[in-house]
Design a protein around this ligand. Structure first.
Ligand code: ATP
Length: 266
């Protein structure tokens, strides 16, 4: 179970300047009040346009940096206070897959398992089990060097799942995947959240509405660093008064921007 409560994060970003002259500084409010509650046995979508703050939120969830405000807990463990314990309960698939190119897929998976404190045999058995689930038998003993995008994603996902975490967090996992690889990933995630797959808590971030419609039972819409709406796809359609999800998403995610434009025009 993952609980993100009213987190915010700003960055200091350099603007302007040149080789000879230092530029100024600007504060970027990347996240300014995102909340998300993801129970076990459910796929929860974090849906937002480019730059909405999804990756920043998930990086805080993964303990990469602390939020300026707000609170994040994984199975009741506060990430800020006990990051290692919280991380041990999570499998994170970030935007950079960072595999070791000289290691085979199996070795990449086992290495990660060892880092999580697993015995060699247990990690190997798990690598074999995950290779079956993710249909990666043909690449298990190939070096990661030269892997296609889909092969890299599968290996990185298997690596994230090696210690059988109760919580799975995926940041835009279908980026660069073809239709078959995307379908295979969807199937694997549906299995993992089912009782037979362990009833995992899955958080899935994307800017693609169709993915959310096909996969997520609950969706949190983020825009300009804030959670602006949440519910099932049907509830979001109702809330936006729209008949299609694309219209609903545009209405919900860009409502403030439209109001501001209307105020400026008036
Ligand atoms: N380290 C940083 N320094 C300065 N600004 C940052 C930093 N990280 C993120 N931002 C800014 O914060 C905002 C949110 O970025 P973030 O990557 O979280 O969005 P996102 O929803 O994941 O977008 P996308 O779908 O395009 O990946 C953006 O405006 C981004 O430029």
């Amino acid at each position: 179970m993952i609980a993100i409560d009213q987190v915010s994060k700003s960055f200091v970003s350099r603007v302007g300047g040149s080789v000879f002259k230092r530029g100024g500084k600007r504060i970027v409010h990347a996240v300014q009040g995102v909340s998300l509650h993801a129970p076990n046995g459910r796929i929860t979508g974090l849906l937002g346009p480019n730059g909405a703050g999804k990756t920043t939120t998930l990086r805080m969830l993964g303990g990469l940096f602390a939020p300026d405000a707000g609170h994040i807990a994984v199975d009741g463990i506060a990430v800020a206070e006990r990051p290692r314990a919280a991380l041990a309960r999570m499998g994170l698939l970030g935007d950079a897959h960072g595999l070791y190119p000289r290691l085979s897929a199996r070795e990449n998976i086992i290495y990660f398992g060892r880092l999580q404190g697993m015995e060699q045999d247990a990690a190997n058995a798990r690598a074999v089990e995950l290779a079956r689930l993710l249909d990666m038998g043909a690449i298990l003993d190939r070096r990661a060097e030269g892997f296609s995008q889909g092969e890299r994603m599968k290996t990185a996902l298997a690596r994230a799942l090696v210690h059988d975490p109760a919580n799975i967090v995926l940041d835009e996992p279908t980026n660069g995947l073809d239709v078959l690889a995307t379908r295979a990933l969807r199937e694997a995630l549906r299995h993992l959240k089912s009782p037979a797959g362990g009833g995992k808590c899955i958080v899935f971030s994307t800017h693609i509405m169709q993915e959310v419609e096909l996969l997520c039972e609950h969706v949190v819409v983020v825009a300009r660093g804030r959670s602006v709406a949440e519910g099932t796809v049907e509830q979001l359609l109702d809330q936006a008064g729209a008949s299609g999800f694309e219209d609903a998403f545009v209405k919900l995610a860009f409502a403030d921007a439209r109001e501001q434009e209307e105020q400026v025009a008036a």
